[in-house]
Design a protein around this ligand. Structure first.
Ligand SMILES: Cc1cc2nc3c(=O)[nH]c(=O)nc-3n(C[C@H](O)[C@H](O)[C@H](O)COP(=O)(O)OP(=O)(O)OC[C@H]3O[C@@H](n4cnc5c(N)ncnc54)[C@H](O)[C@@H]3O)c2cc1C
Length: 400
């Protein structure tokens, strides 16, 4: 049941919940939704220090794809992509999910080899993938500069036709609306400042709105996860970096696919409304400031103009940054922690929007059963001590 007059309630926190989720971004909201929808758990609160989905969820460039290299990653991202394919219907909300195809450009022989290898690996995992040579890139996306005299000439590209974009705020609102309709409390302006841990088990969260007892506590706080986990005595191997993006003024339709280039650090799509949406590489220093340095944007624009000379007179309308949590192997961390009843879902770095439904699905299962979902098993925190890393720097690194 949805409420006729508002998207969701604005409740005060109750003294206690079965599950408290820390962070009201996409992953926290998806986790809340699947806790209710898949596991019947509704005595749940999502605590958000700011406003709902005002973090990376509001700031990302919304690229969705599943063409990661390793089996473990392909499995979880493809699970997510399959969920995207039915999510608008399931949530009864138009998410403007547009499978317009994602090109990953290759600019060197190394890129070409890596791209071809990834296409083959993707196909073996049932993920749609094609290799295009430079001429095929030009036909697929005529405004890309494939001239051999370019500083970083386009030698080819991987193409995932089922990849694309969605409208991030619609995704957040749709998940929030459904979670609220299940009776889940979405509490904004409520910062978690610490944890009560007794006998190795989490008992409550301390917040800016008082103590809230919790049977289980699930972190979904993206760029702030390591700060929070440290308050529970858990050091996480995460670095928080600013990641910037920008939009242009509104244009007539000119770009009908997503183009990404790891080598020149730029990725571009055109939003439904008409603005070009462009992302940069991470700012190299650590920060929680939600703003980045201008030289990063400048380099991003230089790269964009080289790839798309047609954009030379387009004006930038707005720039911003989010804070992304980058793990040593560019893969997420999902699972239990050394504190009983405390779970972590983090490390999605520059590429977690695409994982929103898949991440929520496996995290909700992990919390409900106190047992990692099979797709989450390889992404446990223990891999940083066992050494079983899932190195996705090639597929994830700068790009999304
Ligand atoms: C510029 C940019 C471009 C990106 N582009 C893409 C892309 O094209 N494709 C893609 O797949 N991914 C992309 N990403 C990455 C993606 O946005 C993130 O991986 C993903 O959004 C992280 O999950 P989330 O939505 O839950 O995070 P967030 O929306 O950041 O949610 C975390 C929430 O936790 C809250 N929080 C933190 N600390 C506390 C506390 N102590 N108490 C209570 N609440 C707290 C925060 O306020 C925040 O709302 C991009 C990110 C950025 C910044």
């Amino acid at each position: 049941m949805t409420h006729p007059d508002f998207l969701w309630r604005d409740p005060d926190p109750k003294p206690s919940y079965d599950v408290v989720i820390v962070g009201g971004g996409g992953h926290g909201l998806a986790t809340a939704y699947y806790l209710a929808a898949n596991h019947g758990l509704t005595n749940v609160a999502v605590l958000e220090k700011g406003w709902l989905a005002g973090g990376n969820m509001a700031r990302n460039t919304t690229i969705i794809r599943s063409n990661y290299l390793w089996d473990e990653s392909a499995a979880i991202y493809e699970h997510s992509l399959k969920l995207w394919e039915g999510l608008s219907e399931e949530l009864d909300y138009d998410l403007m999910f547009s499978q317009r195809g994602v090109l990953n450009l290759a600019h060197s022989l190394g890129d070409v080899r890596e791209g071809r290898r990834r296409v083959n690996a993707n196909r073996l995992n049932g993920v749609d993938a094609e290799w295009l040579d430079a001429d095929e890139v030009r036909k697929f996306c005529p405004i890309v500069n494939v001239s051999s005299s370019a500083r970083h000439p386009v030698l080819g590209a991987t193409l995932q036709r089922r990849g694309g974009i969605a409208k991030h705020d619609h995704v957040a609102w749709a998940l929030a609306r459904k979670a609220d309709a299940y009776g889940i409390d979405l509490i904004q302006g409520c910062e978690v400042t610490g944890f009560d841990i007794e006998g190795g088990r989490v008992r409550a969260v301390r917040t800016s709105r008082g103590r809230i007892a919790a049977g289980k506590v699930a972190l979904a706080s993206a760029g702030h996860t390591s700060v929070l986990a440290e308050r529970a005595g858990i050091p996480l191997p995460l670095q928080s970096h600013p990641l910037q993006a920008l939009v242009s003024e509104l244009l007539e339709p000119v770009l009908d696919c997503v183009v990404m280039s790891n080598a020149v650090h730029v990725y571009v799509s055109q939003a439904h409304k008409g603005e070009l949406v462009m992302g940069a590489g991470i700012d190299a220093y650590n920060s929680y400031g939600q703003r980045g340095a201008f030289h990063v944007i400048e380099a991003q624009m230089a790269a964009a103009l080289e790839l798309f000379p047609i954009f030379s007179r387009v004006r930038v309308l707005r720039t911003w940054a989010g804070i992304v949590d980058v793990s040593p192997d560019a893969s997420p961390i999902i699972g239990r922690t050394p504190v009983e009843g405390l779970y972590v879902n983090a490390g999605w770095g520059t590429g977690g929007f695409k994982a929103t439904p898949g991440s929520g699905w496996v995290y909700a299962h992990t919390i409900a059963h106190d047992e990692p979902h099979p797709l989450a098993v390889p992404f446990a925190l223990e891999r940083f001590t066992t050494g079983a890393l899932i190195d996705e720097h090639g597929a994830a690194a700068v790009a999304h």
